[in-house]
Design a protein around this ligand. Structure first.
Ligand SMILES: NC(=O)c1ccc[n+]([C@@H]2O[C@H](COP(=O)([O-])OP(=O)(O)OC[C@H]3O[C@@H](n4cnc5c(N)ncnc54)[C@H](OP(=O)(O)O)[C@@H]3O)[C@@H](O)[C@H]2O)c1
Length: 270
């Protein structure tokens, strides 16, 4: 059975576990989000789990991610168990390797480390403890390197994607392999919202710049993950299903320039 990933997803990066994560996720679920994205390194799995506990588990698509210090077969399995226990659940809908081990840090060992982590995710998948397994911040060459040892292909790649960094090449590569692309920081962490041309375009649709961008992500076939701690914005970011972009507007956003804002996975030193 093909599993559909609900879109948009609710992102929780930088939402602290001081009651804010719990309150934001509770609000998101109440407003109609059915997809929550967290990660071990966000250190908010307890709060996310508390909000989830109030909801029928099967109605929520829940993602967490393997942090870099837990790469490798045994440590990845242990990290998965820890995430489940913090989240208070007995399965995940999606588990991702958060960042590839890269050559800059690990030289010739990088591919082997990624292969070992992937083996652990395959184990979890085969054991029915996670419904989908995937990657995050993997470029095409990292994904190709997994081909040597993978028994099961990745089902998702969660990457930085926003106006100015539309990832056409990676998206077509993933499409050909049936890998769903999820877009992190689709709003360029809020910075895209001040762009005057996006604001003018959004106004023509009677929409906000955030809604315009989220709609664009969906129309180009990516699953946007959007974070907010403000109830009115959480609501706004979900109201993206009552309009379509014209082809010209979609192409205009595709053509935005700017590039990557955050860390290049091949340069990461964390
Ligand atoms: N896999 C990875 O390596 C990776 C990396 C980064 C992010 N992610 C995932 O992707 C999610 C989204 O990325 P992100 O949090 O970096 O950035 P984002 O969703 O692009 O932007 C979030 C920022 O935009 C603001 N914002 C949200 N909706 C708004 C609206 N309607 N109007 C005005 N401002 C608005 C938020 O402020 P307020 O909160 O103050 O409303 C926040 O400052 C993360 O939360 C995380 O789940 C994954």
């Amino acid at each position: 059975m093909k599993i559909t990933i609900p879109s948009p997803g609710f992102g929780t990066f930088k939402i602290p576990d001081d009651g804010t994560a719990e309150a934001s996720v509770r609000e998101a679920l109440k407003l109609g989000y059915t997809h929550i994205d967290t990660a071990a390194v966000y250190a908010n799995e307890v709060g996310v789990g508390r909000a989830l506990a109030e909801w029928p588990r099967e109605e929520v698509f829940l993602t967490s991610k393997l942090w870099n210090t837990d790469r490798g077969y045994d440590s990845a399995l242990r990290a998965f168990d820890k995430s489940l226990s913090l989240l208070g659940t007995d399965y995940l809908d999606l588990y991702l390797i958060h960042w590839p081990a890269n050559r800059k840090q690990f030289g010739d060992k990088a591919d082997e480390i990624n292969a070992e982590s992937w083996k652990a995710l395959e184990r979890l998948y085969k054991d029915g403890r996670v419904r989908l397994i995937g990657l995050s911040n993997f470029e095409e060459h990292h994904i190709r390197a997994l081909d040597w040892t993978a028994e099961i292909g990745p089902m998702v790649d969660q990457v930085e994607l926003h106006p100015g960094f539309a990832r056409e090449d990676l998206r077509s590569f993933c499409e050909a392999r049936d890998i769903v692309v999820e877009a992190w920081s689709p709003l360029r962490r809020g910075r895209a919202l001040d762009d005057p041309s996006l604001a003018a375009m959004a106004a023509r649709y009677g929409k906000t710049p955030a809604q315009l961008i989220i709609r664009w992500c969906i129309e180009i076939g990516a699953v946007p993950l959007v974070k907010s701690t403000h109830p009115e914005r959480i609501k706004e970011n979900l109201e993206v299903f009552d309009f379509d972009l014209t082809e010209a507007d979609r192409a205009a956003i595709d053509a935005f320039e700017g590039g990557r804002l955050f860390t290049d996975p091949d340069e990461a030193e964390f």
